[in-house]
Design a protein around this ligand. Structure first.
Ligand code: 0X9
Ligand code: CA
Ligand code: CA
Ligand code: CA
Ligand code: ZN
Length: 376
């Protein structure tokens, strides 16, 4: 459909449809036949671009015995490969890596967490920074982003001065796959499913399930079949409650140790800051001055990777997102990055593995800015 403004995209989202991209005079939405009908009734001009299943079909695909990416995308890590990678980082770098867990998914999978710092096994009084990835199952490039952070701050420790400084003076937490079950499900048949939510009894959009202003503002769906279903209650999903509990556990002597956070998503090449539930800049818990800081740091990071910086509700209103909770509950300077590509339809979630190195390294300077700002 033709280009849209914030209010229109929020209206689109209210039907339970999902805005995939809004760029270059075109807005791409993911909608069921019913949602598409409602959008037409509301006066939108829709051009059917593709059917998700046909678009992602690989007739030659053979169901794999173990969930894995198609052979041509084998550069992406499966859940098991991510676990091995994290374990290997811990055994190869015992001095600066401590391997732990953020909790357990609906289907009982571990949600690994990695801490990188000098004297990693000890809790020191250094600013703590959190990177989370892959809340949305099909956004596989984001797990690669988190693994790239792990690799960079371990392999380059002692040789790269910025990396060494950050590892010595920060405590860096990385959760590469916040939604293990959804990720396994998306690649389980040898053919991508375009799956977004978690799994279990009531598949839920994890990034609508966080507890600040949950379900307040038509920025999520109450329909259990919608890709943006918010769940039956705040933190009803084990994955969001696990990362909430992990974050709460970083409150020591009444002070939250984590001061900055990026939650990586794909796609659209954006740097987004809270609040998502309102289009107002300042709101309860967000002063004008605090908003200005988000905007300043967001713009500074975006200048390094070429992404577009904006308040997240400029894209469309979302309630129950991780950034709103992190800021409102813990004063964490919390951003969403929407990675490569800049625009597209459902295929935008599945860039070839050849882009992994370029598109993860693209965020190195932005990550360094966030780490710096964590100490400000
Ligand atoms: O809708 C989302 O959850 C994110 N976009 S995605 O295409 N990856 O699903 C955007 C979330 C941004 N909103 C806030 N940070 N509040
Ligand atoms: Ca390839
Ligand atoms: Ca340390
Ligand atoms: Ca600490
Ligand atoms: Zn996402």
């Amino acid at each position: 459909m033709p280009n849209t403004d914030t209010a229109q995209r929020t209206e689109l989202a209210r039907t339970g449809a999902l805005v995939l991209s809004a760029q270059g005079g075109t807005t791409t939405v993911e909608a069921t036949t019913e949602q598409a009908e409602r959008l037409r009734e509301a006066g939108y001009t829709l051009h059917k671009q593709s059917n998700v299943r046909t678009e992602l079909a690989r007739p030659e695909a053979e169901p794999a015995a173990v969930p894995s990416f198609p052979p041509e995308d084998s550069g992406y890590h499966t859940y098991r490969e991510m676990v091995s990678e994290v374990d290997k980082a811990a055994t190869d770098h015992t001095d600066v890596v401590a391997r732990s867990s953020a909790g357990t998914s609906a289907e009982g999978r571990d949600i690994p967490a990695v801490k990188i710092s000098d004297n990693a096994a000890k809790d020191e009084t250094e600013p703590e920074v959190l990177f989370t990835c892959n809340q949305h199952a099909r956004e596989h490039l984001t797990a690669e982003m988190c693994l790239h952070v792990v690799q960079r701050f371990t392999d380059d420790y002692g040789s790269d001065p910025t990396v060494t400084d950050m590892v010595d003076n920060r405590e860096i937490w990385v959760v590469p796959m916040a939604n293990p079950d959804g990720i396994v499900h998306d690649v389980a048949t040898g053919q991508y499913r375009g799956w977004r939510r978690n799994r279990g009894q009531q598949p839920t959009d994890l990034n609508r399930n966080w507890g600040h202003q949950w379900g307040c503002c038509d920025g999520s769906s109450g329909d259990p079949t919608s890709p943006t279903y918010r769940g039956s209650a705040p933190f009803s999903a084990p994955e969001t409650s696990a990362i909430r509990d992990f974050t709460n556990s970083r409150v020591i002597d009444g002070a939250q140790q984590i001061t900055a956070h990026i939650d990586f998503h794909t796609f659209s090449e954006l740097v987004l800051w809270p609040y998502g539930y309102t289009t107002s800049d300042s709101a309860p818990g967000m002063t004008r001055q605090e908003y200005e800081r988000f905007a300043r740091v967001g713009k500074e990071m975006a200048a390094t990777n070429g992404y577009t910086p904006q308040q997240s509700s400029d894209l469309y209103v979302t309630d129950g997102s991780v950034n709103d909770w992190m800021w409102a509950e813990h004063d964490v300077l919390s951003f969403t990055f929407e990675m490569y590509p800049g625009s597209g339809g459902i295929q935008g979630f599945y860039p070839p593995d050849e882009v992994i190195e370029r598109e993860t390294a693209r965020n190195d300077a932005a990550v360094d800015i966030l780490l710096r700002e964590a100490g400000a």
